[in-house]
Design a protein around this ligand. Structure first.
Ligand code: MRU
Length: 350
């Protein structure tokens, strides 16, 4: 289990700077809402569940310096953190929960409000850990000895609260002695696959091979891959999946080669308010991430660039969605609704 951050009892967040991986494991002390917003925006903390957890703790930081108007300070923090990244729904899921705590304590003192907010942030983190573990257990039976499995971006420990989503079943299969070989897309332009997935699989001792994104079709054609598994930033109610740019291309390729395409995500990644993928806002990031990746210019000055950070894979290309509640197949909406109802009736399942 590799968590991306810890709440430090001294009243700040210790956060692993994921932009420095895999060369250095640098831990930052995040002491202000602004520093947390910057860390989310610049991908020092990234991955849908991790962003939500970071934002939740970021709200608590608003009360670090005992402001005169604690409720106002917390509201300002929630509003600021809401604007950091638009696609991963876990950010809004976590901030909505922090907002509910604020709304139920309109007259609380700073100390009491801080305690209530910290308890909620800790609960969000703990629930995600439990989800990751359960999700991994549900996913293991999909993978058999000798399979090659392709993954994209990074959906492991530091993208969540420690257990991961797409990597959770693979890591648990490895622990159970099921021999898998993971093909890791490097994931242009920010290389979350090569920098973080390859690093995390290496730490766990899982056999893995790094490929560039454009090699995926070739390795499938060569019969090296028997399944694809990815995480998600937001899943619409109908099962359309927003995930790192390049995911849709993999789903099309998997379909063309008759390979199952799995998505792993906690229920907190399902956006019941968005009926289809068309309603999902796709983040566009700076041109420099494409033209000057990691400090070296690789495109001519002034070239036009389009840099969407995510794409949407239609539900019809998704073989199954693995969550902490089990495995769903199309049509997804009924299964999702059933899980949500079960969770509402039994909050311990959250
Ligand atoms: O831009 P990023 O690095 O935050 O994008 C992350 C992804 O696309 C992950 O695949 C997704 O959040 C799932 S993480 C468990």
């Amino acid at each position: 289990m590799i968590p991306p951050l810890y709440w430090n009892a001294e009243g700040h967040v210790d956060l692993l700077d994921q932009t420095q991986l895999p060369v250095a494991e640098v831990w930052l002390e995040i002491k202000t809402v602004e520093a947390m917003a910057e860390a989310i925006r610049s991908l020092r903390v990234r991955g849908a569940p991790a962003i939500g957890i970071a934002a939740a703790y970021g709200v608590v930081l608003a009360l670090r310096d005992d402001p005169a108007q604690p409720q106002n300070a917390v509201q300002t923090a929630i509003d600021a953190l809401t604007t950091t990244r638009p696609t991963a729904v876990n950010l809004f899921y976590a901030l909505d929960r922090m907002q509910a705590v604020l709304d139920t304590h309109p007259d609380a003192t700073t100390g009491y409000l801080r305690m209530a907010l910290l308890a909620e942030a800790t609960a969000i983190e703990a629930e995600d850990q439990a989800s990751g573990r359960r999700l991994g257990e549900h996913g293991v039976p999909l993978f058999q000895e000798g399979m090659g499995v392709l993954t994209h971006c990074h959906a492991g420990g530091v993208a969540t609260s420690g257990y991961g989503t797409a990597l959770a079943p693979l890591l648990q299969a490895h622990v159970q002695g099921i021999g898998l070989h993971v093909f890791v897309d490097e994931t242009r332009p920010l290389m979350q696959g090569s920098r973080i997935t390859a690093w995390e699989l290496g730490k766990a001792g899982v056999p893995a091979t790094l490929i560039t994104d454009s090699m995926a079709a070739h390795v499938m054609q060569q019969g090296k891959v028997q399944a694809v598994i990815v995480g998600a930033d937001r899943i619409a109610a109908n099962g359309d999946v927003a995930n790192k740019i390049g995911t849709y291309a993999l789903a099309v390729l998997a379909d063309a080669h008759g390979i199952p395409f799995y998505v792993a995500a906690p229920l907190s990644t399902i956006d019941f308010d968005t009926s289809t993928g068309e309603g999902i806002v796709i983040e566009e990031r700076k041109a420099q991430e494409v033209t000057h990746g990691f400090g070296r210019q690789t495109a001519p000055d002034g070239v036009q660039v389009y840099n969407p950070a995510f794409d949407v894979t239609p539900a019809r290309l998704v073989t199954a969605i693995i969550t902490e509640h089990g495995i769903a197949e199309a049509p997804y909406i009924d299964t999702f609704e059933g899980w949500r109802e079960r969770q509402q009736n039994q909050p311990s399942l959250r």
